[in-house]
Design a binder for this molecule. Structure first.
Ligand code: HEC
Length: 151
């Protein structure tokens, strides 16, 4: 809600990031520091097993439409985006979190969907309207799994 986001703006002078449309589903507020969201969304701790399963669920997370990832059968791996193999050696949890939440903040032209925003007015299917593509807990599961992927 707008009030929460405004309250957050007072903390540490960091730019607050909030849902683009306050009328849509309320998102947990988060703070971007450099290229990362350091704190887990909604204070949740993710489960790596849940993250691995969700990553492989092509129709739910969509990740492997674009990315290759270990433990996913080769024919299902995407080739459009960088492989997620070894991502935990290249990026820390906070950096991975921001990339899933909203890659477009780092690269406005990125093809990667912003998973934790609500943007009304775009022509998404009814099932996705007015809510983020993934819930905070699901994003934390993915982060918890991806940090384990070391080179
Ligand atoms: C429509 C294609 C697409 C989908 C779906 C997608 N991504 Fe991406 N992703 C990209 C592209 C392209 C990049 C490269 C960075 C850029 O666009 O600037 C990227 C970059 C990343 C990075 C940073 C990789 C690096 O080496 O720096 C991470 C982490 C990531 N994606 C995770 C995910 C996860 C987790 C999901 C599923 C929840 C996902 N992506 C879904 C296209 C996608």
């Amino acid at each position: 809600m707008a009030g929460l986001c405004a309250a957050f703006a007072l903390v540490g002078g960091q730019a607050p990031a909030c849902a683009d449309n306050a009328a849509a589903q309320e998102l947990a507020p988060y703070v971007i520091s450099d290229d990362a969201i350091v704190e887990p969304l909604a204070g949740r701790r993710g489960d790596p097993g849940g993250g691995q399963a969700l990553l492989a669920e092509r129709h739910r997370s969509l990740c492997i439409l674009c990315h290759a990832a270990p433990a996913v059968p080769a024919p299902l791996q995407g080739t459009l985006a960088p492989s997620l193999a070894g991502i935990g050696s290249r990026l820390d949890a906070g950096q991975i979190r921001l990339r899933i939440v909203d890659m477009k903040r780092l690269n406005p032209d990125s093809l990667m969907p912003a998973y934790y925003t609500v943007r009304e007015g775009t022509r998404v299917a009814p099932a996705w309207r007015g809510k983020p593509l993934l819930e905070a807990a699901e994003i934390e599961h993915l982060v918890a799994y991806l940090v384990t992927l070391k080179e």
